[in-house]
Design a protein around this ligand. Structure first.
Ligand code: HEM
Length: 366
């Protein structure tokens, strides 16, 4: 009884195998990579077609192709589109010029940071006085670290999503990469929204101290004293830190958050065309954000001794404050709110004849 069952199963198995192979033989271009098979058919049909296709920049991209070529159910909704022609164009751009440009910018940024470290060296301050003053509250430090840690997770996992296929598969093989990519993709998807919450908290926590004042212009003109190792007067934050706040945390934070949400939550009716545009923006934004973060991390750690301690424990030496944020130190000593003194007019570049200007803000030395 058992052996007859076994023979029957074998016969059914053989029959299925034969019918599968004959069905496979009937597939045109059956040697094509599975993901490309339909696209090749579309490309061929478009080549033969007389009417031009809307390009990737058109909002119709990806909507009409399938209808025209009868590869999907007739209709105009995204859900009826089986294969989108624009998808191929997106893949070509994303894997080609955009990935190359992004990789180049990231490597150049790293080289630039290393060059600054080697050629310019550290931004030192006067010898410690032993008198410590509070710079950041516990809340400010926690918000900063939460944003920094989520950012680093997103940057590392994002880089693996973008370059992993090219860089990691040759090193670790397909199986290990598949595992890493799977974990990293989920990590990126879940940490993304967390990073948005941290960024919003960060924005409101540090907003008031980041408005540009006239005094900041001097910092820009002197390049922050980086080349000359001069201590350019600055309030609680200097103009470089304010630029990072507005261009990085705020602007790039918005680009990354909006495009990231579009990519993360795909069931809100966004078309593949919208997802492709969001991906371009996300990729470009990530490149600049990570490149700028390298500079920020360098200056906040090895580049400026004492700065990391401030963000880790909250306090700085008075000499450090005098050297890097003299106007803020004067505010602390005068017991006035942060930002009071840096609203004053900066001294002119060339003091008027007859002596130094009398209305110098504290911390600003003629
Ligand atoms: C500043 C922080 C961020 C950085 C540096 C970053 C970086 C990246 C990078 C490099 C990619 C790969 C792009 C590609 O493969 O073409 C990516 C993809 C992605 N990111 Fe982000 N991202 C950040 C924030 C976010 C946020 C806030 C979210 C969600 C709310 C998010 C969601 C996604 C999604 C869904 C993808 C697509 C992953 C895939 O290809 O399947 N990202 N990110």
């Amino acid at each position: 009884m058992r052996s007859s069952n076994w023979i029957l199963s074998c016969l059914i198995g053989l029959l299925m195998a034969f019918s599968l192979s004959s069905a496979w033989a009937g597939v045109p271009n059956n040697r094509a990579e599975p993901a490309y098979a339909e696209e090749q058919t579309i490309l061929q049909a478009e080549k033969d077609s007389k009417s031009p296709e809307p390009g990737l920049a058109s909002k119709d991209s990806g909507r009409v192709h399938i209808d025209r070529h009868y590869l999907g159910q007739y209709g105009s909704k995204e859900g009826t589109v089986i294969v989108q022609r624009g998808g191929n164009q997106w893949r070509v751009w994303r894997n080609g010029p955009l990935a190359t440009l992004s990789g180049t910018i990231l490597v150049l940024a790293l080289v630039a940071v290393l060059l600054v470290a080697k050629v310019i060296g550290k931004l030192t301050s006067d010898p410690d006085t032993g008198r410590r003053i509070q710079r950041f509250t516990a809340w400010e430090r926690h918000v900063h670290w939460a944003t920094a840690i989520t950012f680093i997770i997103l940057a590392v996992t994002g880089i693996v999503i973008l370059f992993g296929k090219k860089l990691l598969i040759p090193l670790v093989g397909h199986d290990v990469f598949a595992f890493i990519a799977y974990i990293f993709k989920y990590l990126h998807n879940f940490v993304g929204p967390l990073f948005i919450v941290c960024s919003v908290l960060m924005f409101f926590t540090f907003l008031r101290r980041n408005f540009f004042r006239k005094i900041d212009w001097q910092w820009f003109k002197k390049g922050g004293g980086m080349l000359t190792h001069e201590h350019v007067p600055a309030g609680f934050f200097n103009a470089g830190e304010k630029s990072w706040f507005w261009f990085g945390v705020t602007l790039l934070g918005l680009v990354m958050s909006i495009s990231g949400l579009i990519l993360d939550f795909i069931s809100f009716g966004q078309t593949r065309y919208v997802l492709q545009i969001a991906n371009y923006l996300h990729l470009i934004g990530a490149t600049f954000y990570i490149a700028a973060a390298m500079g920020h991390i360098y200056i906040g750690t090895w580049g400026t001794p004492g700065a990391y301690h401030a963000m880790r424990h909250g306090d700085v030496d008075e000499a450090w404050a005098r050297s890097h944020h003299g106007i803020w130190l004067d505010e602390v000593k005068a017991g006035v709110p942060v930002g009071t003194f840096d609203k004053r007019e900066p001294p002119p570049d060339h003091p008027p004849a007859g002596g130094a200007p009398r209305d110098l803000p504290p911390g600003v030395r003629p």
